[in-house]
Design a protein around this ligand. Sequence first.
Ligand SMILES: C[S@@+](CC[C@H](N)C(=O)[O-])C[C@H]1O[C@@H](n2cnc3c(N)ncnc32)[C@H](O)[C@@H]1O
Length: 298
Amino acid sequence: MTTLSTDVSAEGQSPYKGASGEAIRHHYDLGNEFYYLWLDRSRTYSCALWEGEDDDLYSAQQRKLAYMATGARATGAKRVLDIGCGWGSMLRHLVEVQDVEHVVGLTLSPAQLESMKEWTDERYDVRVQNWLDHEETRYDAIISLGAFEHFARHGMSREERIEAYRTFFGRCRDWLAPGGRLALQTNVAGRARAVDRQTVKEMLFVIERIFPESVMPPISDIIEASERTFDVVTVRNDPDHYVRTCRFWAETLTSRREEAEAVVGAQTVADYLHYLESSARQFERRNLGLARIIFERV
Ligand SMILES: C[S@@+](CC[C@H](N)C(=O)[O-])C[C@H]1O[C@@H](n2cnc3c(N)ncnc32)[C@H](O)[C@@H]1O
């Protein structure tokens, strides 16, 4: 890996910068060993793309990475940006499978950056940097999986959320040439059913204890915020894929409970099991959706 940068200096300024470094570290810097116990071996921490009953999580994650990368037309590209790169599974996929010449990954988690330190290949450039502070000029394709939920927070009005998202789409537009693509995967608020008591309790738990300073956007926010900067090419809503992913993670964490407790303590493991199981329920009830959207720059 070539670049180490810790540019998180302008938190709290206008325009809205999304979840603070502190809020992100609260979740993602619990300890890499903890996440490695229950994520698949590619360490992908976002919804998989399942096929068939006998599928396994690793294959389903690789399928998702390929779906989003090819949707963004990243294959053989010179430069691709991954906004919210996690532990780097998309970056590796881009270099090793899609033959991309240079990948840039942004995260707000120093622990995630640390996990990629031994990637000495010059094609990787991973930074602890908010996308709002990212000043590179041009990319052939942009991908963002499971990070958009952090770009606005619970309690913001619809107008405030859309303004924050519009800033994001505006940046992505500036980084792409006309016709360049952005592949975005994010949880969205399901609006199909009335919200019951259990849902409110479970969602509050997730907002307060697991993902502070974040929010699940209604898909209409995303579409409205991208108007005049991007065309929508395709949209998929795959809530059942997240039911299966969350249940798989919860089962794995349960099976490795003692090891996990030794790393983060019993309360955190109990909280994570509750979060994963209640998230699965909310996707199943369609209170949450899982959007995979391919955009093309206008
Ligand atoms: C749920 S993880 C997803 C990781 C990865 N995309 C994957 O699918 O495995 C969300 C990621 O978004 C990053 N993130 C959140 N807000 C960000 C921001 N404003 N700028 C850069 N990265 C951000 C977090 O640090 C984390 O790496």
